[in-house]
Design a protein around this ligand. Structure first.
Ligand SMILES: NC(=O)c1ccc[n+]([C@@H]2O[C@H](COP(=O)([O-])OP(=O)(O)OC[C@H]3O[C@@H](n4cnc5c(N)ncnc54)[C@H](OP(=O)(O)O)[C@@H]3O)[C@@H](O)[C@H]2O)c1
Length: 286
């Protein structure tokens, strides 16, 4: 499997880890992200990994005309893409009432519309490619709405909905679609968002295993090779992806709600973000 891969968010984290694993197998790579320096560093890394052709383009995925032009240029330079990966994303954790309106609109613009615009820009070229596949990166928060993710979770639900609709519509044309539910993954995004998570969010996430980005990228590429629609790296995400409708209400009722209650036991005296968790032995199931 090789050809041209266009990766939004290819300069960091999961997107870069996927690019690095494609680098040595003859793929021509187009990376799209905003920060030019990080893009240039990624290109150097990929060249050292054995990539013959790497194109970088600074673009904001929320800017539809700019993204369309970046995709057109990539296709003109390196041909129709066999792989289109929408990995650009952001997260602003926080309490619903305290988040700025802009956190909701910007996160939707980048995570959902950025994925949508990428697919719409690339679709005509995907129709000309050999064995084309679209890969949209959602999240565990695209399966369960979680405390502290009021701005993020809806964007990842939207990505999942888009992937399901595209899968049905594009299958007759021979265009494959995958949706990825990464677990907590060791990337700059995770490190940055951990500092902003409300305490209850951190406590709910405590049990979650953090996976290295290269392990998540390997699982994604394995899923792509097997033509999987749902790609859920690790047993926690696999279980959640298959059973979330059943498990969601149970997790909320018997685990998350108890953690959150423990965090709210102290009478609030200030903003929600200043409420601390009391030491509790019986906060959750685990
Ligand atoms: N890490 C996790 O635990 C985790 C878990 C579940 C899902 N995810 C999802 O996985 C995807 C990748 O996340 P990551 O953890 O690898 O994050 P990351 O290391 O922060 O990488 C994000 C990438 O997206 C690019 N990007 C962000 N905003 C952009 C914009 N407006 N326009 C163009 N590019 C943009 C960044 O480059 P610039 O900043 O230079 O633009 C960077 O290349 C995201 O969709 C994220 O929500 C991550």
């Amino acid at each position: 499997m090789s050809g041209h891969a266009i990766i939004s968010g290819g300069s960091s984290g999961i997107g870069l880890a996927i690019a690095r694993q494609l680098a040595g197998s003859g793929w021509r790579l187009s990376l799209l992200a905003r920060d030019r320096d990080r893009l240039a560093e990624a290109a150097e890394l990929l060249a050292a990994d054995g990539a013959m052709t790497v194109r970088i383009r600074s673009v904001d995925v929320a800017d539809q005309p700019a993204l369309a032009s970046a995709v057109q240029d990539a296709v003109a330079a390196l041909g129709p893409p066999s792989l289109l990966i929408a990995a650009a994303g952001m997260v602003v954790p926080g309490h619903f009432a305290e988040l700025e309106d802009a956190a909701f609109t910007r996160t939707m613009a980048v995570n959902y519309l950025g994925s949508l615009y990428l697919v719409r820009a690339a679709l005509p070229a995907l129709r000309l490619a050999r064995a084309p596949r679209i890969v949209l990166i959602s999240s565990g928060a695209g399966l369960l709405g979680l405390y502290g993710y009021a701005a993020y979770a809806p964007t990842k639900f939207a990505v999942r909905g888009l992937a399901e609709a595209l899968r049905s519509e594009l299958a007759p044309e021979g265009i494959g679609v995958s949706v990825v539910f990464p677990p907590d993954t060791d990337t700059p995004q995770l490190h940055a968002e951990r500092r902003l998570r409300p305490l209850a969010t951190s406590r709910i996430a405590t049990g979650a295993r953090v996976q290295p980005a290269d392990a998540v990228a390997r699982a994604i590429l394995r899923g792509i090779r097997r033509n999987r629609f749902v790609i859920a790296p690790g047993w926690e995400m696999t279980t959640l992806a298959w059973l979330h409708s059943l498990l969601g209400p149970l997790l909320h009722r018997f685990w998350f709600d108890r953690v959150i209650r423990a965090c709210h036991r102290q009478p609030p005296t200030g903003p929600m973000s200043q409420i601390t968790c009391q030491p509790a032995q019986d906060d959750g199931l685990f």
